[in-house]
Design a protein around this ligand. Structure first.
Ligand code: HEM
Length: 809
């Protein structure tokens, strides 16, 4: 026993309901000087006596009480040591620290509490013992046997042996970043959710982008849906908005998710193909599931080949509810709009990038943030009432349908900025655990049956992926809001819960932690009330089935296709042809074609021709006379609708160099491009220093061999007779230029540099093409802004072989 605490005279009941039963304790233990145990016994009795019965019990019953749960009855102990685990909690060391302040939980809070830095520090074991020799194991003699007692070797190897955890069952491949969300306005009219509580409010976020089908080490540029998961560390707890870069999904009911994933993953007998939907089992499944057709249109579109994670939209997909302080609710769909615009790769480019740089998207995100080019997205809401929803031609609970923006406009509500890369990929990006069930007061679910399955699935899978029930304590997952409950124990538990009480109701801890109740209450520590589910009225038969409107499978697939530009349509056609050409069983191809006839007969005919197959009859539909759609073309569904606001910022431009290049034009371009925010690379036949015709030195940071054209958005072919002759003989140069041309990228040829275009066989008359620019010394000044403008356009679709070259069809 170390200290004797004087009783705290402020002991009083805090709950109004409980006040009526608050009386002095029936009997007092005898208080002995310097005897904390006796003092605790006395004070405990006093605390417990303040709750002679559970005053809330009667309020647990009936409908009205269900809508207004009361805050728990609590009492403040007259001494803080009363609720401690131990009477010695004030005996401090550097390890134990001092007694915790009442109500605090240091396992939440910023990541600083776990950041580790080894600068100027020796190696130690995990027990903190300094290691004298990290080169040699302990042996009995230099040539003798290794000794079992070598705890240093064994600890090192044992830890290494367990350094991998299971990868995510889906979305295994991903990249993350930290940032913040800033609300434009207070949205109290619609929601009490903390991030929208006031104008300008800032909420920290962690975001993870991902592919779906591929394994953890698979390529970034697979044709696939991209995950777009955002964790808001709000002051009312963590809210996860776990979305995708497409606004719809393949299936309508969670019951089918394992089937979908089994179908798209590598086929189980031989484990192929990796990160690809172009195989029999996927197309077998989806051609038997016509509700997936709308999503297939998105998957075959350029949306499935983003140029960058920074250049894709995000969607919450499901209908959610917003709920305000008054308990009024409105339906909501979430949209993320990238300020960088929506831009895609071409299929040929994506395939080549997967060899040249499988980490293309991970690197792009990392480098942009490292260079201070923080990617930004605007959050938008589509808000609509239940009455509006009832009138739509489709069901808002059907995740295979979107709400056209012409029907419900998107209201911009805030900006998300990603401004910090993780310190450690494993600790943060790999261990982060998102879940659709993580909502906060003000956000609620709809009855979407797909969403219901997700609400269960994420935490369930994370228990095995992250090794137990306590992964919410891993620093990247723990909220900034304080956490206190009666959950205890389990693998890797970190919280040292104070006291002996792990149940509720209790009187031994003064009723704490207590239920927060429905609303602002007299309980000072409670602040706002707890999360209240929206009391949606349900009165139906218990059945397994789907609503009638779910039976319409094609109208929005057609809407999507009809809303694309000619080049986007051509890419969709090409993608269907490619994917189905990889399907070995003709009957599956034919079945899929028959489904496509229902979307657009011309599309189906073109794909059939590309497969050398006859066009089958249309697949019978599940509903013959659906409600007519409100919207038949929606401009927002084309990627061209969002060209972006960032110009050439972060665009990768290659300037080819060789011995003898002309320096002055290069310097001018370099200055202009970097000034505009482009990232310029000097690409030579090798890396290292090159000498210009006028004697200046330029260093190539990339080589034609290690960085093919697909890794750049645009290129400059330099001036200089000798240099051009040498470049033309390099085995990589002409392929580099051909790819740039085929991929519709901007090329600027300076002076003699035009000869490379001829040699690459992309001329003659090439200068007539959009995005191919020529300049000499006298015209350079005028051409620079034109070049920058052309690079900012991303690419030049008028040159796209998909629309020009019948052979590619
Ligand atoms: C019933 C349908 C679905 C089920 C059962 C399901 C299940 C899962 C599971 C088990 C994971 C792995 C989680 C982990 O290990 O941490 C996951 C990840 C993910 N899911 Fe779903 N999912 C479903 C539908 C969807 C839909 C419709 C979307 C998009 C709106 C989506 C978006 C994501 C994202 C973005 C991730 C990756 C999260 C991260 O970055 O860690 N899922 N899903």
């Amino acid at each position: 026993m170390t200290k004797n605490k004087k009783p705290d005279k402020s002991s009083q009941l805090k709950n109004k309901d409980a006040l009526s039963i608050a009386t002095a304790p029936a009997h007092q233990a005898v208080l002995k000087t310097n005897d904390i145990v006796a003092e605790q016994a006395s004070a405990t009795d006093s605390l417990v006596s303040s709750q002679p019965y559970n005053s809330n019990k009667a309020l647990e019953y009936g409908h009205d009480n269900a809508l207004t749960p009361p805050p728990g009855a609590t009492a403040v102990p007259r001494s803080i040591t009363l609720t401690a685990s131990t009477a010695t909690e004030d005996t401090g060391t550097t390890k134990t620290g001092s007694a915790v302040r009442p109500g605090t939980n240091p396992t939440v809070a910023s990541l600083n509490r776990v950041r580790v830095d080894a600068s100027d520090r020796p190696l130690t074991t995990n027990q903190g013992v300094r290691i004298s020799d990290n080169q040699n194991s302990l042996k009995a003699g230099l040539r003798g046997p290794s000794l079992l007692e070598d705890f240093i070797l064994r600890e090192k190897i044992t830890h290494f042996d367990h350094e991998r955890i299971p990868e995510r069952i889906v979305h295994a491949r991903g990249s993350g970043a930290h940032g913040y969300f800033k609300a434009y306005d207070a949205l109290g009219k619609y929601t009490s959710a903390a991030p929208f509580a006031e104008e300008g409010k800032i909420t920290p976020v962690f975001v993870r982008f991902s592919t779906v089908a591929g394994e953890r080490g698979s390529k970034d540029t697979a044709r696939d849906v991209r995950g777009f998961a955002v964790k808001f560390y709000s002051d009312e707890g963590n809210w996860d908005l776990v979305g995708n870069n497409m606004p719809v999904f393949f299936i309508q009911d969670a019951m089918k998710f394992p089937d979908l994933v089994h179908a798209v993953k590598p086929e189980p007998h031989h484990g192929m193909p990796q990160a690809a939907s172009a195989h029999d089992t996927f197309w077998d499944f989806v051609s038997l599931m016509p509700e997936s057709t709308h999503m297939l249109m998105w998957l075959m579109s350029d949306r499935a080949l983003p140029r960058s994670y920074r250049m894709m939209q995000g969607f919450g997909v499901h209908t959610f509810r917003l709920v305000n302080e008054q308990g009024q609710s409105i339906f909501c769909k979430f949209h993320w709009k990238p300020l960088q615009g929506t831009h895609a790769l071409l299929w040929d480019e994506a395939v080549k990038i997967s060899g040249a740089d499988p980490d293309f998207h991970r690197r792009d995100l990392w480098e942009a943030i490292e260079s201070g080019e923080f990617p930004e997205w605007e959050l938008g809401l589509q808000l609509f009432t239940e009455e509006q929803a009832a009138g739509f031609s489709f069901d808002v609970l059907d995740a295979t349908k979107l709400i056209p923006e012409e029907l419900v406009p998107v209201l911009p509500v805030g900006l998300m900025v990603l401004n910090r890369n993780p310190d450690n990929f494993f600790a943060e990006t790999e261990q982060v655990a998102f879940c659709t069930a993580h909502v906060i007061p003000g956000i609620d679910f709809s009855n979407d049956p797909l969403l219901a399955g997700r609400i269960h699935s994420y935490v369930d899978t994370q228990i095995s992926r992250l090794g137990g029930a306590n992964f919410h304590e891993i620093p990247i997952n723990s909220p900034l809001a304080s956490v206190q409950n009666n959950q205890r124990d389990g693998m890797h538990r970190q919280a040292l819960n104070r006291g002996r009480v792990a149940y509720e109701p209790n009187s031994l801890a003064g009723g704490c932690p207590f239920q927060a109740g429905a609303s602002q209450s007299a309980v000072s520590q409670a602040g706002n009330g707890g999360f209240m589910p929206f009391p949606d009225r349900v009165s139906e038969d218990k059945v397994r089935g789907k609503p009638e409107k779910f039976a319409e499978h094609y109208l929005q697939a057609t809407l999507f296709f009809n809303s694309q530009t000619a080049v986007e349509k051509a890419h969709i056609t090409d993608a269907f042809r490619f994917e189905l050409s990889k399907v070995a069983v003709p009957a599956i191809r034919s079945r899929m074609l028959s489904s496509l006839v229902n979307v657009c007969p011309e599309l189906a005919a073109e794909v059939a021709a590309g497969l050398g197959m006859d066009l089958p009859d249309a697949m019978p539909k599940a509903i013959l006379e659906p409600q007519l759609p409100e919207v038949t073309v929606s401009a927002a569904l084309s990627m061209m609708a969002l060209p972006g606001e960032c110009g050439v910022r972060t665009r990768q431009v290659a300037i080819l160099i060789e011995e003898g290049i002309q320096y002055s034009s290069l310097l001018r371009l370099y200055d202009a491009l970097t000034e505009a925010g482009a990232v310029v690379h000097f690409v030579g036949p090798r890396i290292g220093i090159f000498t210009c015709a006028s004697g200046e030195k330029v260093e190539a940071d990339r080589s034609l061999e290690n960085s093919p054209a697909v890794l750049f958005d645009a290129a400059v072919l330099p001036d200089g007779n000798e240099a051009i002759r040498a470049l033309a003989t390099n085995k990589h140069t002409l392929g580099f230029i051909k790819d740039l041309y085929q991929h519709c990228k901007t090329i600027l040829a300076l002076g003699d540099g035009r000869e490379l275009l001829d040699r690459a066989g992309v001329g003659p008359g090439v200068e007539e093409n959009e995005g191919i620019l020529m300049a000499d010394n006298s015209s350079l000044a005028a051409i620079v802004p034109e070049f920058i403008h052309a690079v900012a356009a991303h690419r030049h679709p008028s040159r796209d072989p998909a629309t020009k070259d019948p052979a590619s069809k």
